[in-house]
Design a protein around this ligand. Structure first.
Ligand SMILES: C[S@@+](CC[C@H](N)C(=O)[O-])C[C@H]1O[C@@H](n2cnc3c(N)ncnc32)[C@H](O)[C@@H]1O
Length: 198
């Protein structure tokens, strides 16, 4: 039910969402990841949206990008924006263990669109995509909430724990926290976590 609503919502608002996306400022977090990666490292972006700004920023720095998103419209835009990257329509809940082999996984403003009870299992699954020493950079909700609300002219659904619980979940999935910040860009509060697979 929630996945259907989220997919329908982003299919409706893909263009509108892109038009206001630059109010969230993420480059300083991406830069913190980039210095840890080898040149040309491979990165999976989960809930990649239209590929701008996150994948474009990483692609322009020479990294190999794979992006997945549940919304066909978002993937259509991502393919237009970055034609040489690999984008697939996929629900992150349907990923299987070991399905990807990458040096880092990023996910901005997306994991809180799947039920929070699934977050631990998702991070455990993500861990199977990475070598020991691989990196994770994700945004999570900063406070506990679950429900739907109007969002850019559609109805959207979110599900998240608070920042403290998110950190515990990421650690339980086998990651060591490198940086854990509350970001206030875009007039909203989001948790941004950079972690390393132990
Ligand atoms: C707020 S947008 C962020 C997009 C992009 N990460 C960015 O930073 O601009 C959230 C994205 O997550 C995607 N998404 C939501 N639920 C998903 C799921 N279960 N599997 C894959 N993608 C999902 C949405 O379609 C949407 O493109």
């Amino acid at each position: 039910m929630s996945a259907g609503l989220v997919k329908k919502g982003y299919n409706e608002i893909a263009k509108r969402y892109s038009m206001q996306r630059d109010r969230y400022k993420n480059n300083k977090y991406l830069d913190r990841l980039i210095v840890l990666l080898k040149p040309g490292a491979s990165i999976l972006d989960i809930g990649c949206g239209a590929g701008i700004p996150i994948d474009k920023y990483l692609f322009d720095k020479g990294f190999g990008i794979t992006g997945i998103d549940i919304s066909e419209k978002q993937i259509e835009l991502a393919r237009k924006n970055l034609p040489t990257c690999n984008f697939q329509v996929k629900d992150m809940s349907d990923m299987s263990e070991g399905e990807y082999h990458v040096d880092a996984v990023v996910s901005f403003y997306a994991i809180f669109h799947i039920p929070r009870e699934k977050h631990l299992d998702l991070f455990k699954k993500i861990s199977t995509f990475l070598p020991n020493g691989g990196y994770l950079l994700v945004t999570m909700g900063s406070s506990e909430w679950e429900g739907s609300e109007a969002f850019h002219g559609t109805t959207m659904w979110w599900s998240h724990y608070n920042a403290e619980k998110n950190e515990k979940i990421i650690k339980r999935a086998g990651f060591k926290i490198i940086q854990n910040k509350i970001d206030n860009s875009g007039g909203e509060k989001h948790q941004i976590v950079l972690a390393k697979k132990e």
